[in-house]
Ligand binder design. Structure first.
Ligand SMILES: Nc1ncnc2c1ncn2[C@@H]1O[C@H](COP(=O)(O)OP(=O)(O)OP(=O)(O)O)[C@@H](O)[C@H]1O
Length: 868
């Protein structure tokens, strides 16, 4: 090949690969844009690049005219015109549509283009006056000057252009993949339905963009995922490694067969055209190859291998994520919406998908395209390759442009669809309220309107999608038509075998696949990256309360609890507990009372080490809770919470949760002690009855008694009761109090109670107010003091007398409460009975009251707990 021909062939590809490599490099290293995007300079650059394209366009038209007049120009000149037109045209469009470009790749392409243009012009000399040599050299010189001027402009700080791959990916993905995050009800919680997709993913996208900026580019960013590699790579698992090998082999085999199969069909066709023999060999080879590529052949093997590899890493990563989430502290769980956490755990598959997509879909695309271009050139000529390349560029550009055009409509559609889901959810969830106010028709109308709005928005969106699909499809049809014409022309006039045409037609779909993948992969990659980032962020969250490396197992002897100058606040600015000190001796019962929000439950949380104290210390039998393992600490305690939650399994399984190896008889005994056994037997399926989600099928009192049964079954050394009997009636409470007396016998017990009657026999009662213990002593001592406790007691007993509390226990004969019987509940099972207080110590009944010191309190029956 002569030097001019050689230069003509390499000119456009050299400039293209320089540009391409520059783009990849600037993307990976997150190069800063070369601002300011000075309009004039940019316009000049676009204009000069477009001028280059126009010179090649004019030249191409001349070559066409020459060809029509039977004066065909040399092939290398024609190809140079065509490929250069494509290259500079694409660069001009890319530049004009980029707001603040990273200039380096453009500058590099102009430099290489200009450099190679010089010998082309020199060698062409005055051979033809139509080679625009001077014009092009001038254009390149101008571009280089503009490039230098842009390069010397002072860069301003990283801006949008530096972020689009994540920033924009993130932003666009709000619109691009909302369905994934918005309407997938399986992975969203009710609460989250309120939030717009952009808001829900905002945090994760910000974290993603920040990490990208911190890491200084994609390479560093992706390196962050390397922590997962040990979980993705089947180390020590020969089967897994074999599977990966099969997948890699299939990747190569697929590429080879993609070309060989159409070629073989072509050979079969050529043999058939002979009509002289039966082409057994060709057909057999063809069929053998299609078998290998089919799901009955190697592809099946690859499919099975990919499932094995997928499951291997899914198991390891989901397990890792689940254990990690369960080990995170209460602050994490109370701050994060549970749906968000669940979503993070579910993203275990995202990493697999990301890796598979990059390795098996995206990386081979370039190879696929190169193979396709080479193969069609081999079948016919380079003009065909040019048409396919042009088709590819326009197809991908069109796909991106039309997708962006459709995004606003997509957003509206997603919002309407979410609103529709929300309407259904709210109506069904609030069914009782709807029925109380007879608003079913109103809700029905609201839902119908929401559906109508969704359908109308869907049409708006689909209209744009159809334009997108239609245009792309039309483009492919036109491209196919042009290619077919070239192929047919070559067969007709240049004696190419007919089989080549059949091979080309068979190969067409294979060729279009990478184009389609390219048009869609941006959205897929960015959404998968967000999922993977979510998982990474989750796994990077460290528990705020964790075992110290030196932590020992807690040894509970008597169960002495010591709070020493404890201070705590959920956030630093708002202290909840201040300088709390007390000692609960082994086997003692201590009660905390006080107004709501005073900090009582917080003390229990600190004792269980859901949070760490910010001042002072908490010890059990002399061992600081921060120096022992969380597991042994929590094993030593049994908690009956304010609002016990149940799993949606049978009663039996719920109680057994406290001690997994408990026998049925032990469970029955615990339930009997918690006064719930008889009640359970009345359920349809007794102990096998399922309790519903979070125990909705149980009344408050039943849940609480089951929670008590759990603690009885666990039989811990320390018992914590947080309003444990708030939801039971007095008759049941009597039983429970008996059970607790048994339970607290010889055990340290901490009780939180609003109903003072339930704790009046505690060894110590502490009154908590605004995070401080303001009074302490026994019931009698506190009453005698006439302080806050006395005030609370008086309030409760007065309420009881006036019947303003929920219900009043009427059963004992010495109750004097006039007509205030607590409404129409005849002391039934369901609700709490409040404040019918006992006659204590030397209090003497006077009419309808009891004199305590110089205070009169309501005349009340002897409280069950007082009867021994
Ligand atoms: N996770 C949390 N984050 C921030 N503040 C919290 C958190 N949990 C509780 N608080 C606040 O701490 C304060 C004390 O709450 P705590 O539950 O200890 O009160 P309490 O005395 O047990 O009240 P009640 O008797 O109503 O249960 C309250 O003002 C509450 O709003």
């Amino acid at each position: 090949m002569s030097a001019p021909a050689y230069l003509a062939f390499v000119h456009a590809p050299a400039a293209f690969f320089t540009f391409f490599a520059g783009k990849i490099y600037s993307t990976c290293t997150l190069q800063q844009p070369n601002p300011p995007p000075n309009r004039n300079k940019k316009r000049t650059a676009v204009g000069l690049t477009a001028a280059l394209a126009v010179t090649h366009l004019i030249q191409a038209v001349w070559f066409l005219l020459d060809f029509l007049h039977d004066r065909p120009a040399p092939q290398h000149d024609i190809l140079r015109a065509l490929f250069s037109l494509l290259l500079w045209g694409s660069i001009a469009i890319s530049l004009s549509s980029t707001h603040a470009p990273v200039w380096h790749p453009y500058f590099a392409a102009w430099a290489v283009g200009g450099f190679l243009e010089i010998p082309i012009v020199v060698l062409a000399g005055t051979r033809t006056g139509r080679n625009f040599g001077g014009v092009r050299l001038a254009a390149f010189a101008g571009l280089l000057v503009v490039g230098v001027l842009l390069g010397t402009s002072k860069p301003k700080k990283r801006d949008e252009e530096a972020r689009p791959l994540l920033g924009a990916a993130a932003a666009e993905d709000d619109e691009a993949e909302p369905v994934k995050y918005g309407t997938t009800t399986s992975s969203t919680t009710a609460g989250q339905e309120d939030e717009e997709p952009a808001d829900r993913d905002k945090d994760i996208k910000e974290a993603q963009a920040k990490r990208l900026a911190d890491e200084g580019g994609w390479i560093g960013y992706l390196r962050g995922f390397a922590v997962f590699l040990p979980h993705l790579w089947p180390k020590g698992d020969l089967k897994g490694q074999g599977c990966l090998l099969i997948m890699a082999a299939d990747l190569v085999l697929d590429r080879v067969l993609n070309v060989l199969i159409p070629r073989q069909i072509g050979l079969v066709t050529d043999a058939l055209a002979d009509r002289s023999r039966m082409p057994w060999r060709e057909v057999l080879v063809w069929k053998a190859m299609t078998y290998v590529q089919s799901y009955a052949g190697f592809r099946l093997l690859r499919y099975m291998a990919s499932i094995y590899v997928h499951n291997y890493s899914y198991k390891r990563i989901s397990d890792l994520a689940f254990r990690h989430v369960m080990a995170l502290s209460m602050d994490f769980h109370s701050n994060k919406a549970s749906g968000e956490v669940l979503k993070s755990v579910e993203q275990a598959h995202a990493l697999n998908e990301l890796l598979e997509m990059v390795l098996f879909d995206i990386c081979p695309i370039l190879l696929d395209l190169l193979v396709a271009l080479w193969y069609v050139t081999h079948l016919f000529n380079m003009y065909l390759a040019w048409v396919i390349l042009t088709l590819g560029v326009v197809y991908v550009w069109m796909g991106v442009a039309l997708t962006v055009w459709g995004q606003p409509k997509r957003r509206i559609y997603t919002e309407k669809s979410r609103k529709e889901n929300k309407t259904v959810y709210e109506s069904v969830y609030n069914w009782q309220t709807v029925s109380y106010f007879n608003r079913a028709p109103y809700e029905g109308q609201k839902y119908a309107d929401a559906v109508k709005a969704t359908i109308s928005a869907q049409w708006g969106y689909f209209a744009r999608v159809f334009v997108n699909y239609g245009s792309q499809s039309l483009l492919i049809t036109i491209g196919f038509c042009a290619c077919s014409l070239i192929a047919i022309y070559e067969i007709t006039y240049y004696g190419k075998p007919v089989g080549n045409f059949i091979a080309f037609v068979m190969y067409w779909e294979t060729m279009m696949r990478p184009l389609k993948t390219m048009a869609n992969s941006y959205r897929r990659v960015s959404s998968t990256l967000i999922d993977a980032e979510r998982l990474l962020q989750l796994l990077n969250t460290k528990p705020s309360v964790a075992d110290r490396p030196t932590a020992k197992t807690l040894k509970v002897d008597g169960g002495c609890i010591t709070f020493k100058n404890v201070g705590f606040g959920y956030d630093a600015a708002n202290p909840i507990l201040k300088d709390i000190s007390f000692v609960v001796k082994p086997g003692e019962t201590v009660a905390f009372v006080g107004e709501t929000g005073a900090g009582k439950s917080t003390m229990l949380k600190l004792l269980m080490r859901f949070y760490d104290v910010t001042a002072g210390s908490i010890a059990i039998d002399g061992q600081d809770v921060q120096d022992v393992t969380l597991s042994s600490l929590r094993d030593a305690m049994g908690v009956v919470p304010q609002d016990p939650s149940m799993f949606n399994v049978s009663v039996m399984e719920n109680v057994r949760y406290a001690r997994l190896d408990a026998t049925d008889d032990e469970i029955f005994a615990a339930c009997e002690a918690a006064a719930v056994h008889k009640k359970i037997l009345t359920f349809t399926e007794g102990y096998n009855t399922k309790v519903g989600e979070r125990g909705v099928k149980l009344s408050g009192g039943e849940s609480q008694r089951l929670a008590i049964a759990r603690v009885l079954l666990k039989n811990p050394k320390i018992v914590l009761l947080d309003e444990a009997t708030s939801a039971v009636d007095s008759a049941t409470e009597e039983h429970i109090q008996d059970a607790f007396r048994q339970l607290s016998d010889g055990r340290t017990t901490v009780v939180i109670a609003h109903r003072l009657s339930t704790i009046m026999h505690a060894d110590q009662i502490m009154v908590v107010d605004k995070g401080e213990i303001i009074e302490r002593g026994t019931h009698e001592e506190l009453l005698a003091r006439g302080g806050k406790y006395h005030e609370l007691w008086t309030k409760q007993t007065t309420k009881a007398r006036l019947g303003t509390e929920d219900l009043i226990d009427l059963s004992p004969p010495d109750t004097v409460v006039g007509d205030e019987t607590g409404g129409d509940d005849p002391g039934g099972e369901d609700e709490a009975v409040v404040g019918v207080e006992p006659i204590v110590g030397d209090e003497s009944a006077v009419g309808d009251g009891v004199v305590v010191g110089d205070e009169t309190v309501v005349g009340v029956p002897e409280f069950p707990a007082n009867r021994t």
